[in-house]
Design a protein around this ligand. Structure first.
Ligand SMILES: Cc1ncc(COP(=O)(O)O)c(C=O)c1O
Length: 455
């Protein structure tokens, strides 16, 4: 680099290319610091992820985790032979999680890391489908029309699962009386082609837990009447790493015998940066052997069941770091702090005449509210969401799923890092925004108003 280049400030050096084409590969190279700055600045336009109260996904880790991340960014999780220690740590992690989820015999359970809950749910669903196929084939019965029972408020990954793997989704609609899948009228949905039932620990729309034990009881009843033995997959994307700490007595996991598999997002309340999930099966028999590939590992063999081949190994090491760093007590404290903030916020929202709470954040630290009936015709929750964006806060508003689509709710996800202090500032901003909207002389326009938020 010439002295000229070293002295001149960035973006003002002679001949420096700062006008990059947006959608075509630039013809020539640029200085690393220029390219860095341009990308850094573009990322800046995304806003501040800490103020994103829409996402469940981790936006903060401590400096040691950041250091570890930078040191291990080169590791490929699939190279078990080349990175045997990372592979061993992956096994240690899912065994710890199997223990947290009360697997009856951790040494006879089986699990894997994934890229997130979506992949983990796909694997859980695939195992349910294959077990049903094997059972049906052995009995000489048709395997043409598998179906899966789901709440209408499932996350989109389950719609994908059913679409990609040709499984008929049977949605049980949520209603004002049955705000989540709770076993009510399950017998109307289940038949001999049902591969399983999905129970969600922490419904994405609202954060409420589906009562896994009640769903299992309804299935016990169905089995007694019809002989159909239907397993449950628990989608614990968020609750899988909350319930073991905050609701240890709640029986939602492998203590419920019908639960064959459980998945979670490590990058949600597992507290790791994006790119990691876990799925665990109660026993090795719950994961059909036909789905498992053998990977050579340290001269031996390692079972592998995944949709992707290569993927980052660093997140697995970050999960292990957090398990060592926090232990049970540390996880409890972090999750409890988030829940305290969620309960504080929901309490403040409940006090405002504009709003009716849907739930209060005492399951996972997530809650939703709706506009109080008859409160105003001048504005709606989409307008409030827009006003909050002016202050940098992202608080989505969206309609509930089928049968309740006329109900629009707004939701806050409290994560590690939303301190009580920040929450108090947030309440001031919400109060100010509501006062502004209330004081308008004419109604806010609603033309073209649609939610851009997807679950
Ligand atoms: C209940 C539930 N299941 C699955 C997912 C998908 O998780 P991921 O983003 O880790 O793929 C989510 C994400 O919000 C979720 O809330």
């Amino acid at each position: 680099m010439s002295d000229q280049n070293q002295l001149n400030p960035l973006f003002a050096r002679a001949g420096e290319a700062t006008d990059f084409p947006l959608n075509a590969l630039p013809p020539g190279e640029s200085l690393p610091e220029t390219a860095y700055q341009v990308v850094h600045d573009e990322a800046m336009l995304d806003g501040n992820s800490r103020l994103n109260l829409a996402t469940f996904v981790g936006t903060w880790m401590d400096p040691q985790a950041n250091l570890l991340y930078a040191e291990t960014a080169d590791k490929n999780m699939v190279d078990k032979d080349e990175y045997p220690q990372t592979a061993a740590i992956e096994t240690r992690c899912w065994k710890m999680i199997a223990g947290l989820w009360n697997a009856p015999d951790v040494d006879n359970a089986i699990g894997t890391s994934t890229i997130g809950s979506s992949e983990a749910c796909m694997l859980g669903g695939l195992a349910l489908k294959r077990r049903w196929q094997l059972r049906r084939r052995a009995a000489g019965l048709s395997t043409e029309k598998p179906n899966l029972i789901l709440s209408s408020a499932v996350q989109v990954c389950w719609e994908k699962f059913c679409n990609y793997w040709d499984v008929e989704p049977r949605y049980v609609p949520i209603t004002d009386d049955h705000k989540c899948l709770d076993g009510f009228e399950l017998e109307k949905y289940v038949d001999e082609d049902t591969i399983g039932v999905v129970a969600i620990m922490g419904v994405t729309y609202t954060g409420v837990y589906e009562p896994v034990a009640a769903i299992a009881k309804a299935l016990d009843h169905i089995q007694a009447e019809t002989g159909l033995d239907i397993p449950i997959h628990v989608d614990g994307a968020s609750g899988g790493m909350i319930a073991p700490f905050l609701q240890p007595d709640l029986e939602w996991d492998f203590r419920v015998e019908r639960v064959a598999s459980i998945s979670t997002s490590a990058h949600k309340y597992g507290l790791v940066y994006p790119g990691l999930g876990w799925v665990v099966w109660r026993t090795v028999d719950d994961l059909p052997k036909e789905l498992v590939f053998d990977v050579t590992y340290l001269g031996g063999h390692m079972p592998s069941f995944a949709l992707n081949f290569s993927r980052p190994g660093a997140q697995v090491l970050l999960q292990y770091y957090l398990f060592l760093r926090l232990g049970w007590d540390g996880y409890y404290k972090v999750q409890k702090a988030s829940q305290d903030v969620a309960v504080y916020l929901s309490g403040e929202i409940a006090k405002m005449p504009a709003f009716d709470l849907w739930n209060d954040g005492t399951d996972i630290p997530v809650f939703a509210w709706q506009l109080a009936k008859g409160y105003t015709d001048k504005w709606n929750l989409y307008h409030l969401s827009e006003r909050m964006r002016l202050k940098g806060w992202l608080i989505p508003a969206y309609p509930m799923p089928d049968n309740l689509t006329d109900v629009v709710v707004q939701r806050i996800v409290v994560r590690n890092g939303l301190s009580r202090n920040l929450a108090e500032s947030l309440m001031l901003d919400i109060t100010e925004a509501v006062a502004y909207l209330d004081a308008l002389e004419s109604p806010m326009p609603t033309e073209g108003q649609v939610t851009s938020f997807t679950h």
